[in-house]
Design a protein around this ligand. Structure first.
Ligand code: 13P
Ligand code: SF4
Length: 317
């Protein structure tokens, strides 16, 4: 079946079953185009929290589907490929994080949304890259804080807020690979281009960036600003929406550093790319694979997610 026919079939089935398809900006263009809603991690959680659909199809990665299930336990949450994990979430096993938290009883715990339900269950407030700075700043200055699991986002937040949060030593394998050398090479080729970077990138990349922000923030900046050329240091799936919203502008994806025995030369998240039209159709037809979260964990993980949504609403995010 060709792309258009597959998309038509998916849309028809989604309507028949009252299913909503949510997709992250890092999925492929054909997946983004079939979704009811495309967004960053915060926007996807906000959509899940308010949807009236009976079924949520999360075309993203596992922690995003888990977040949907935690917010909407009565709904069927489907994931097109159950292997769609996240290296950042995996860098923070729930049991180990819980031990770390227990050994610092005077600290409040802030966790990035890219975590398992178990990690969220020992967290005071969840953040995404869209609201992390504001949520960190909502704590009194003398409150000791733990931030996990992304050490790059954590260091960036420490530098921008003046806090000294204790950081978990985790990272995203995609964002860690972006190379300053490649950015500088692109800068030579396109001297007026602005460098956009996601805060999951390493410090040296963030230092040469003109704008640091979540995928939604980078998109908004690129579309709304007067500049016409951008060097983009985040997963290249975002270029689909950037190009769609600003077809007259130029976007250059930053290639990753390739060294030694590394075989992967892509700036794509292979987990996000596991989502395909065929798998979305099949999961809608079979209403599987389904994502579940045990009730005890779910109830503990719900509180810090709801807190994040509450603070974000107050801040108009
Ligand atoms: P945002 O969606 O918050 O920009 O995060 C990017 C990411 O890596 C999601 O996995
Ligand atoms: Fe996880 Fe990185 Fe992929 Fe985002 S891009 S889902 S943080 S591995």
């Amino acid at each position: 079946m060709n792309t258009k026919d597959l998309q038509k079939k998916i849309r028809l089935l989604a309507e028949q079953k009252n299913a909503v398809i949510l997709a992250h900006y890092y999925t492929t263009g054909d997946v983004q185009d079939v979704a009811d809603f495309v967004g960053d991690s915060l926007a996807l959680a906000q959509q899940a929290a308010k949807t009236k659909a009976d079924i949520i199809v999360m075309a993203g990665v596992h922690f995003m589907a888990e977040t949907c299930k935690i917010l909407c336990p009565e709904k069927k949450v489907l994931i097109p490929d159950p292997e769609a994990s996240c290296s950042l979430a995996e860098s923070c096993p729930g049991e180990e994080f819980a031990k770390f938290v227990k050994s610092h009883p005077d600290h409040k715990v802030i966790s990035y949304v890219n975590t398992s339900a178990l990690t969220k269950a020992v967290t005071d407030v969840v953040v995404t890259s869209s609201n992390a700075r504001q949520i960190v700043e909502s704590f009194p200055k003398d409150q000791k804080l733990i931030f996990g699991p992304d050490r790059n986002l954590g260091s960036y937040l420490n530098a921008t807020t003046g806090r000294e949060m204790l950081l978990w030593d985790g990272a995203c394998h995609v964002h860690e690979r972006f190379s300053v050398e490649k950015i500088l090479e692109l800068k030579v080729q396109h001297p007026t281009a602005k460098v956009l970077a996601h805060p999951e990138c390493k410090g040296p990349v963030l230092k040469v960036a003109d704008v640091v922000g979540s995928t939604a923030h980078l998109l908004k900046y690129a579309v709304g600003s007067d500049e016409t050329e951008f060097i983009v240091a985040t997963e290249s799936g975002i270029l689909h929406e950037m190009q769609k919203q600003a077809p007259e502008k130029m976007f250059y994806p930053v290639p990753p550093e390739v060294s030694g025995e590394r075989t992967c030369a892509c700036n794509e998240c292979q987990y996000m790319r596991l989502n395909s039209l065929e798998k979305i159709l099949s999961c809608l037809q079979n209403e599987a694979p389904e994502v579940d979260v045990p009730d005890g964990v779910r109830q503990k993980a719900l509180q810090p997610i709801e807190k994040m949504l509450e603070i974000s609403a107050q801040l108009g995010l």
